[in-house]
Design a protein around this ligand. Structure first.
Ligand code: TMP
Length: 212
């Protein structure tokens, strides 16, 4: 049978405020999918390993100053430089669990006052996620969790603005997950959603592009 030559991996994105739990949940999802025998990889943005990523990292660590538009375009460029590899992996059947994506790009920059449509423009043409798992947690609660590492955006007042900006980006690909619950409870909910989407992609759901 040639029935599964079109089968591809899923593009699964986790989003949310700093300290919402998405990094630990991403790792757990990866182990779960691998345990089920799926090919999967964990990705994250910003990818600080590239030269663009190093400029972003220096900015986040307050080691450099950049105009708000400039850093926005660097975050976007950091996704564009990974786009073809992302497409290759997905088409080869590997599911990608991605910790932050274009929604972080738009939410964090627009929280600084940059126009939302301007923020979205450089993201047009990137691969659209099959599902966005938004770990919903009040900014105050995230701040209580501690471990704000002192990077540029890790302040309660700013995170409150980011939370509002995320709201306007919600679309039909989003699943809002109550991130205030225990880690296992959240994990259980995520597992079922992710498996459904991975299977749909395997069965031939086509890839689409942002913003759609
Ligand atoms: P991280 O803590 O997940 O590595 O993300 C670093 C910070 O960068 C985090 O505060 C969110 C922010 N960010 C943007 O401002 N724009 C983006 O496009 C991305 C991916 C992250």
């Amino acid at each position: 049978s040639v029935g599964n030559t079109d089968s591809r991996g899923g593009l699964i994105v986790l989003e949310g405020l700093d300290r919402c739990g998405k990094t630990s949940q991403s790792g757990k999802l990866l182990s779960y999918l691998e345990g089920l025998g799926h090919s999967a990889e964990l990705w994250r943005f910003p990818d600080r390993t590239t030269s663009v990523g190093q400029m972003i990292s220096a900015y986040l660590l307050n080691q450099s100053q950049l105009d708000d538009h400039t850093i926005h375009l660097l975050f976007s460029a950091n996704r564009w430089e990974k786009r073809s590899m992302m497409e290759t992996k997905l088409k080869a059947g590997t599911t990608l669990i991605v910790d932050r994506y274009s929604y972080s790009g738009v939410a964090f920059s627009s929280a600084k006052g940059v126009d939302v449509e301007w923020c979205k423009a450089p993201e047009i043409g990137l691969l659209a996620p099959d599902v966005v798992l938004f770990l919903d947690i009040p900014p105050e609660k995230a701040a209580e969790r501690g471990g704000y590492g002192g990077e540029r955006y890790e302040h309660l007042e700013f995170q409150k603005k980011v939370a509002q900006c995320y709201q306007i980006l919600r679309d039909s690909s989003w699943k809002i997950i109550d991130g205030c619950r225990g880690i296992e409870e959240v994990e259980k909910e995520l597992r079922d959603i992710v498996v459904d989407h991975v299977l749909a992609c395997k069965k031939g759901k086509p890839l689409s592009l942002l913003w759609s």
